[in-house]
Write a new protein. Structure first.
Length: 213
């Protein structure tokens, strides 16, 4: 029995959409369905998984923009991000229109079935994930931490030897640094980190080698 995952880079920004499932009962979730929804739903079907929920870390288009397309064929609930990112989900039509040159389809605005908060507990099969609210890259950014599987879905908070951008209108560099220090660097060193873009890392590696921390 084990928690499994598959990282599927989606959208022109190669955002790490992640399929996470419990081998035992085939229950699955998708995180950050930014686009390429036919491809990620095919991965769910090929493995014979039961898609339970969609989890969003934050409201940027490459992480959330695929939800309206996905809802055309799926009725699974969308959870997250924190409500402080509502303005981003509401602005998706303008944002996606301005990024059309990059190859993003125009996305309508949407709201999730449920906003998430610090301390919320989610699950995939027998595995529990804690929701941590890490503002800074966006005000409503959340991450998903599974202590049992030693796995962190970090969105655009923490990358391999880097951190998220904070030069957007409501970004806050000091908040991002203090949240990472208080909530992520305290996790066990061998915790595996799935970032929103690029290769995986661990908390221990970032503690030692991340020049921003
Ligand atoms: Zn982002
Ligand atoms: Zn991103």
């Amino acid at each position: 029995m084990a928690l499994q995952f598959e990282i599927m880079p989606v959208t022109p920004f190669r955002q790490n959409c992640c399929l996470i499932w419990d081998d035992e009962n085939k229950e699955a979730v998708l995180t950050d369905v930014g686009g390429d929804t036919a491809h990620v739903l095919q991965a769910v079907a090929e493995r014979g998984l039961h898609l339970k929920e969609i989890w969003l870390t934050h409201g940027h288009l490459d992480h959330a923009g695929g939800v309206p397309e996905l809802r055309k064929t799926q009725t699974v609930p969308v959870l997250g991000p924190h409500a402080d990112d509502e303005y981003l989900l509401q602005s998706l039509p303008e944002v996606t229109a301005s990024y059309a040159a990059y190859g993003f389809p125009v996305s309508p605005a949407f709201a999730p079935e449920r906003w998430l908060h610090e301390g919320d507990r989610l699950s995939v099969g027998a595995y529990r994930f804690d929701v941590l609210h890490i503002s800074g890259h966006t005000p409503g950014h959340v991450v998903f931490y599974c202590e049992q599987a030693e796995l962190l879905v970090a969105g655009d908070v923490l990358f391999y030897e880097s951190i998220g951008r904070t030069d957007f209108p409501r970004g806050n560099h000091a908040d991002l640094i203090s949240n990472i220090a208080a909530k992520l660097l305290v996790l066990p060193a061998h915790t595996r980190v799935i970032p929103g873009h690029g290769r995986m890392t661990t908390i221990g590696h970032e503690k030692q080698h991340n020049p921003f921390l």
